[in-house]
Design a protein around this ligand. Structure first.
Ligand code: SAH
Length: 229
């Protein structure tokens, strides 16, 4: 169910006036940084980022910076979440695949814009935490999958949009093959631990149109499901 018309922030028991004010300030910052799409800004405004972080990061929850999460992974800076979400050009009827659930924050933002979100993670711990957060927030249009994002989700393909939130060593062709014609994928491509390029890919028949958006630094995509955690 698409709930972009609900003001669900109001119904969240765990968020408070402080979250609301800090989120509003963050949205102003994102606007100044050039995020123009009102639907994207509204989606970000309705997801309290603090609830996706452990207690020791709460004071930095609304700063525009990446922060550590469980399993040695990272939640992206809000400006990167906004940029990637805007680049996806999501419409309310869309089915979106996310690779790299992490905290679940990006998936929650996507849930406000798309009809349905499937999100894949290789750490069971992260997947289960994200699932709990989504339930707490009353978000019902996200499904969680433990698996290897390099393989995507062939049984549910094709997707209107795909977002990869870990760096791929090269353009993941299997995932591109799971896009509908005209579909868009946003993916950071480049070496682990180095500077990567955020690439926007549009599928045109069997051809892929690629546009480089900016330089980024993401944790790497790692093949296979994690055997521990
Ligand atoms: N989108 C997340 C941030 C993700 S960090 C958020 O909003 O918090 C990148 C995530 O990608 C990590 O959780 C990492 O475990 C996951 N990941 C890395 N390689 C993967 C793979 N092959 N398949 C699925 N997930 C992967």
């Amino acid at each position: 169910m698409n709930d972009i018309t609900d003001d669900s922030f109001d119904s969240w028991d765990d968020s408070n006036e402080g979250d609301r004010i800090a989120t509003a300030e963050l949205i102003l910052l994102l606007r100044r940084q050039g995020i123009r799409d009102a639907r994207v800004l509204s989606a970000l405004e309705r997801v309290p980022r603090r609830l996706f972080l452990s207690a020791n990061s709460h004071t930095l929850a609304y700063a525009d910076r990446a922060l550590p999460i469980e399993c040695g992974q990272t939640i992206s800076a809000p400006s990167i979440v906004a940029l990637m979400t805007e680049a996806l050009e999501i419409e309310p009827t869309h089915r979106v695949l996310e690779i790299g659930t992490g905290s679940g924050y990006q998936a929650a933002v996507l849930s406000k814009l798309a009809e349905h979100v499937d999100t894949m993670e290789r750490y069971r711990t992260l997947m289960e935490l994200a699932e709990q957060r989504m339930a707490t927030l009353g978000i019902t249009n996200v499904n969680f999958h433990l698996g290897d994002g390099f393989e995507g989700l062939p049984e549910k393909a094709p997707f209107d949009r795909i977002i990869v939130t870990a760096a791929a060593p090269e353009l993941p062709q299997t995932l591109a093959g799971q896009l509908v014609g005209g579909g868009i994928m946003v993916v950071p491509v480049g070496p682990s631990g180095g500077i990567q390029e955020l690439i926007k890919v549009r599928r045109r028949g069997s051809r892929l149109e690629e546009t480089a958006l900016c330089s980024v630094r993401f944790v790497p995509m790692v093949p296979g499901v994690a055997s521990r955690l």
